[in-house]
Design a protein around this ligand. Structure first.
Ligand SMILES: Nc1ncnc2c1ncn2[C@@H]1O[C@H](COP(=O)(O)OP(=O)(O)OP(=O)(O)O)[C@@H](O)[C@H]1O
Ligand SMILES: [Mg+2]
Length: 599
């Protein structure tokens, strides 16, 4: 037996850490984020095979640290294994830069706040600095990776077809989208062959980040939800498809729009994904979504000590110490939102009875008659819509809702928990039937909550349900029902159809109500505008661009490259000139046969 030479060991281990173009981009981006960058520019040439450049405006690398920055197992992020318990950075191994040096040519330009100017360091295959020179770049770090996998012919060969290269570019874009969503205040740009492929400005919150990445037509069908549970402390935040929304606009055939984060890390978690897909798909009775992935963002936050991220070299898989608790929390949130069959399946799988589960109809699928007949059941279907109010005002009701789900019950008995779903959706949902009726119509109102602390309210309820038919106007003002003792308005309430309606009138209301719902959906569905996502994922349904447009795209980049200070007008004039001077034969090169051929 012989010991392998160090350079072979280095190449073998490095090529396990750095496996692809997207992998390099991920490692460099995460370094930038760990350095507190608020702006990151990623430039690829020849799909990253010739050049990958990641530039940030983070805190830079101290001059004293530069000699070891690409030495394997040197890191500024942890001091020993115990620090992993408190890990708040993406990096922790001190392996990425060193590994990239082993499979590509690397240069790092960096400047800290204290430095007067930036310095460019060229590194060799073992991460040592071989040359340095002053540079003009501002504060932050720029890492350039040239000729990736130059010494790994098989790996390089993998990217020999355009299809593979485009797939890789798509993966880079998907990765950037994930960071764009989880880091709303991050400014991001992606250039490929000097053409801006995608960019995202700094925005205020996750919703705006989703808007910037997925587009308004997708976000219109998403609902903000959150859930908190302890102990152990688990926070869930996210945007989920609205119950009953058109599945074509809230899911896709691949998992690329199902964004799951654990402690801000984009991850692939099989069990979480399974739950998300099951609960989402079960809303659609004929199973059209069985093989689809819901478009959503789920952010799971747990104590760092309960996550092991050192599982795979690309850090996209994590081990959760309290996996069952996290799954229960995710399930509770999904049940709150969809209150549907998959829970039955899941509970059945777990051997837990689900006899008391509510019927599977989603809130949007219910019509007005169901609202009349199932007022109390509906409240049980949608505990999350009320959870904040109810947890303060109606412990009995919460108990009732919880009793519909064994897993929720278990969760309550183990600790405290709360979920909420966006108020605006709740308001729309509650008001929808009302809006579909004429304004002069009367509505019968029944108290939704019995308050054990205020028995007099229950008395009011009993008498009110018998005699009162109240005007919608009063209801809108919130003065429809008052407590006999305090005179305060009673809340919360649900709407019922007036008993005086004939059957045919009721039918009319149902029709109006459901067609209005369809209309609402139709508007959101048909607002299919071109999104950044469509643009970069080759899913655009636009007609292929004209040869002139294609030429312009290419020529603009060229002009800008030649004259970086040119104004927009100068660029347009120059591009126009070039097109005019282009021969017929050359123009043919810019003809596309199918939209798929566009990058
Ligand atoms: N963009 C950057 N800005 C500031 N410092 C950086 C940057 N990139 C790398 N560094 C410094 O170089 C060190 C080595 O980076 P490298 O990516 O190899 O390791 P790491 O991030 O510590 O751990 P991991 O291997 O898990 O990514 C980092 O710990 C950090 O101090
Ligand atoms: Mg790193």
């Amino acid at each position: 037996m012989k010991q392998l030479p160090p350079d072979t060991v280095r190449l073998l281990t490095s090529s396990q850490v750095i496996t692809s173009v997207v992998n390099v981009v991920k490692e460099l981006m995460e370094n930038s984020l760990d350095a507190g960058a608020s702006s990151i520019d990623i430039k690829l040439e020849n799909y990253g095979l010739d050049r990958i450049e990641v530039r940030d405006n983070g805190h830079g690398i101290k001059a004293t640290d530069t000699p070891v920055m690409a030495m394997k197992h040197f890191t500024s992020k942890i001091c020993n294994h115990d620090d992993l318990e408190r890990l708040e950075t993406y990096g922790f191994r001190g392996e990425a830069l060193g590994s990239i040096c082993a499979v590509a040519e690397v240069a790092v330009t960096t400047k800290t706040e204290e430095d007067d100017i930036s310095t460019q360091y060229v590194l060799n295959v073992i991460g040592e600095i071989v040359s340095r020179k002053p540079s003009h770049l501002g504060q932050g770090t720029t890492v350039s990776v040239l000729r990736l996998f130059r010494n790994l012919p098989v790996r390089r060969q993998y990217y020999s077809t355009t299809k593979k290269c485009k797939e890789e570019l798509k993966k880079v874009q998907d990765l950037l989208m994930a960071y764009a969503i989880i880091k709303p205040d991050l400014r991001l740009t992606l250039l490929h062959n000097k053409v801006v492929v995608w960019q995202k400005a700094k925005v205020a919150d996750h919703r705006s980040a989703l808007l910037a990445t997925l587009g308004p037509s997708v976000v219109a069908n998403l609902l903000p939800c959150n859930h908190h549970q302890e102990p152990p402390e688990i926070f869930l935040d996210g945007f989920f498809p609205k119950p009953g929304a058109d599945y074509l606009s809230t899911s896709s055939s691949g998992p690329d729009k199902t964004f799951v984060f654990i402690n801000s890390r984009p991850v692939h978690h099989k069990d979480i994904m399974k739950l998300l897909r099951q609960h989402y798909a079960a809303q659609y009775p004929d199973g059209p979504c069985r093989n689809r992935y819901p478009t959503l963002m789920l952010k799971v936050s747990v104590p760092p000590s309960s996550v092991d991220v050192n599982l795979t070299p690309d850090k996209t898989q994590v081990l959760l110490h309290n996996k069952e608790d996290v799954l229960t929390a995710v399930e509770a949130l999904l049940v709150s939102l969809y209150a549907s069959q998959p829970r039955c399946e899941t509970l059945a799988e777990k051997g837990i009875s689900h006899e008391t589960l509510p019927s599977p109809a989603s809130p949007l699928q219910m019509d007005a008659s169901q609202l009349v007949n199932e007022t109390s059941e509906e409240r049980d279907h949608t505990p999350a819509f009320y959870s904040d109010n109810l947890s303060r005002h109606a412990p009995e009701h919460i108990d009732a809702a919880m009793s519909t789900d064994a897993s929720l019950k278990r969760q309550i008995s183990n600790g405290s928990s709360s979920s909420s779903v966006a108020e605006d959706w709740v308001i729309n949902h509650i008001l929808e039937p009302e809006m579909t009726q004429s304004s002069t119509q009367t509505i019968e109102i029944v108290l939704a909550v019995k308050s054990p602390e205020r028995p007099e309210d229950n008395a009011v309820l009993a008498s009110d349900t018998k005699k009162d038919q109240l005007l919608a106007e009063d209801w809108s003002r919130g003065t429809a029902l008052t407590s006999s003792s305090s005179g305060e308005p009673l809340q919360p309430v649900v709407l019922r159809q007036p008993p005086k309606h004939s059957h045919s009138e009721m039918d009319k209301v149902h029709v109006q109500s459901s067609s209005s719902k369809k209309l609402l959906n139709a508007i959101t569905e048909k607002r299919v505008s071109l999104t950044a996502y469509d643009l970069i994922s080759n899913r655009t349904t636009r007609a292929p661009p004209s040869p002139a447009a294609l030429f312009e795209k290419e020529a603009r980049a060229e002009v800008l490259w030649e004259k970086p200070t040119a104004s927009l007008q100068d660029i347009s004039v120059a591009v126009h000139e070039r097109w005019k001077n282009l021969g017929e034969e050359d123009r043919k090169n810019f003809q596309t046969n199918s939209p798929n051929e566009q990058v």
